[in-house]
Design a protein around this ligand. Structure first.
Ligand code: 0RQ
Length: 496
């Protein structure tokens, strides 16, 4: 090995206050695990000595406790983008201790290359292997790693001894040309390979290698329960009926599925429905359910940015790498989520809403319009460009005290123009070709919880115009929740 082995603490010494640092991986998969923790300790020591120490953090998507958790607790993050989902990081963001700005995941790499966010000083990259001439074999998550490596002045490698070198050949690393002479991304089906199996960097930029054998530690998902099972079945029945009526081509279309418990449950239901043919995925995260579907032959192929699977499931993949090797491609996020490719392949996209309004607008990110949950992630990249865009969510949250169907979303991520179908455990609202009032009827009738239906019908009677809102009452559900802790206590008489 031509490079110097250094400790995580020595690596942290190369990162300075105010640096912008790009971390490899996508979700917990493929993210560094030891340099970030050493960096958090360095920040704490600096703060104890009365010196400032904070960095800008760029990642592929969410990370794990080793990055967002450790660095947030150490108050070491100055700014952060694009997606996070750690409770400590969420708390710091909502206290405005971290200047967080949300981006569509497909935009991050090009936004950095365009120079809009300043320099990337250091890239910290988890690798399965690295050659003396600077070929980096990544692990189970790609994210924005190729761009971090090409822009960064210094690269620190975390060599993870747990991931097998047989991963070689599963990655497809490709960086598009930038404007003004950008060409098409030549992916015409999910399994097309257009790049190379490794990230190539100038070896002179690699300042050292830190060894690690830590696992990604993706948490297993909540088991499928009655509500998520009903949502999953509603999605399946809807897709089966679309297929039968010829609105989806007979050979089916590639699927994208979002992140989280609901998305995992929807996939599990798709797998067990005999009316849904074996399918391919063009998506950004492969979750546990997909691995099982591959074993059953129900999922034939997956193009993804990461294997966001629990440690046990990842072991299963590694132990049967011969089986999975040619069924999964791991690509950079700007390719997995690329609007051009999403539209060309004609994806059926399935993402989760925090809340939706009766006119079909979706909030994926902000609780009561003010508190950041996770970020928009890839949901916008896919929804806006889908063949058929579906949002799912339970009709209520917090034991029924929150209705996920509200008069007006308290924050807008996906507008009525992009959201085609809304599905809860109550049923399906097909919004295509409907006016705002027709959409409201479909959503209240089919998706709202019975506990909230009357309130929503009554709201609709309050408004006037093409999209009949009563502006002083549009956030009454949210106001009531903030006041009494229960949206169901909303009283329209207060707003007349
Ligand atoms: O809270 O954890 O305290 O119980 O939100 O909700 O129902 O477990 O759903 O895990 O699928 O996450 C939208 C956040 C859903 C996710 C979101 C509370 C609820 C619970 C989680 P608890 P569930 P999920 C590609 C796609 C944006 C990014 C995206 C997400 C917690 O799917 O981040 O789509 N999406 N990326 O109780 C207050 C409401 C609520 C609410 C639910 N209306 N008000 N709290 N909750 N509805 C993937 C990537 O980009 C990587």
């Amino acid at each position: 090995m031509a490079f110097k082995f250094i400790t995580a603490e020595e690596a942290a010494e190369f990162i300075h206050h105010n640096d912008n640092v790009g971390f490899s991986g996508f979700t917990a998969a493929g993210t560094p695990k030891v340099v970030s923790v050493a960096l958090a300790k360095k920040a704490e020591a600096e703060h104890a000595a009365g010196r400032p120490f904070q960095i800008g953090v760029y990642t592929g998507a969410s990370t794990s406790d080793y990055i967002d958790g450790a660095l947030s607790r150490a108050k070491a993050i100055k700014s952060r983008t694009p997606y996070q989902s750690h409770k400590d990081s969420r708390e710091a963001i909502n206290n405005n201790e971290i200047a967080y700005f949300d981006l569509h995941l497909s935009h991050l790499a090009q936004t950095l290359r365009y120079g809009f966010l300043g320099k990337v000083d250091v890239a910290v990259i988890e690798a399965t292997d690295v050659t003396p001439d600077g070929e980096i074999l990544l692990g189970p998550g790609v994210g924005a790693t190729p761009t971090f490596c090409s822009l960064a002045e210094k690269i620190i490698i975390e060599l993870n001894h747990h991931d097998p070198k047989e991963l070689r050949g599963m990655h497809d690393i490709y960086q598009p040309l930038d404007p003004p002479y950008r060409r098409e991304i030549p992916i015409y089906k999910p399994s097309d390979r257009i790049g190379v199996p490794v990230v190539k960097v100038d070896p002179k930029k690699i300042i050292g290698i830190v060894e690690s054998d830590k696992r990604d530690g993706v948490k297993p998902f909540a088991p499928v329960d009655e509500v998520t099972m009903k949502i999953g079945n509603n999605v399946c029945n809807f897709l089966a009926q679309q297929l039968k009526s010829g609105l989806i081509p007979p050979q089916f279309l590639p699927l994208q599925s979002g992140v989280g418990n609901i998305a995992n449950a929807v996939l599990a239901c798709l797998g067990s429905n005999p009316d849904i043919p074996a399918f391919e995925m063009y998506t950004e995260v492969v979750q546990d359910a997909v691995i099982d579907l591959m074993k059953e032959g129900k999922c034939k192929f997956a193009s993804s940015c990461s294997l966001t699977v629990s440690d046990d499931k990842l072991n299963e993949v590694f132990q049967n790498i011969g089986f999975f090797h040619d069924k999964i491609i791991l690509r950079p996020g700007e390719i997995t989520n690329n609007p051009e490719v999403v539209r060309r392949l004609g994806l059926i996209t399935m993402n989760t809403a925090l809340e939706a309004d009766i006119f079909g607008n979706v909030n994926s990110t902000h609780v009561t319009g003010t508190k950041m949950m996770n970020g928009i992630g890839g949901s916008g990249d896919f929804t806006r460009n889908a063949y058929l865009s579906i949002f799912t969510c339970p009709s209520t949250a917090k034991g029924g005290k929150i209705s996920a169907i509200v008069p007006m979303v308290s924050h807008l991520d996906h507008s009525e123009h992009s959201v085609q179908v809304l599905i809860t455990e109550q049923g399906v609202a097909d919004l295509r070709g409907k006016s705002p009032i027709q959409r409201a009827h479909a959503i209240i009738e089919n998706c709202a919880h019975p506990m909230y239906k009357e309130l929503l019908w009554d709201y609709l009677k309050l408004g006037k115009g093409h999209t009949p809102h009563r502006l002083n009452a549009a956030f009454a559900f949210h106001n009531e929740f903030l006041k009494s802790g229960d949206m169901a206590l909303t009283n329209w008489a207060d707003y007349e």
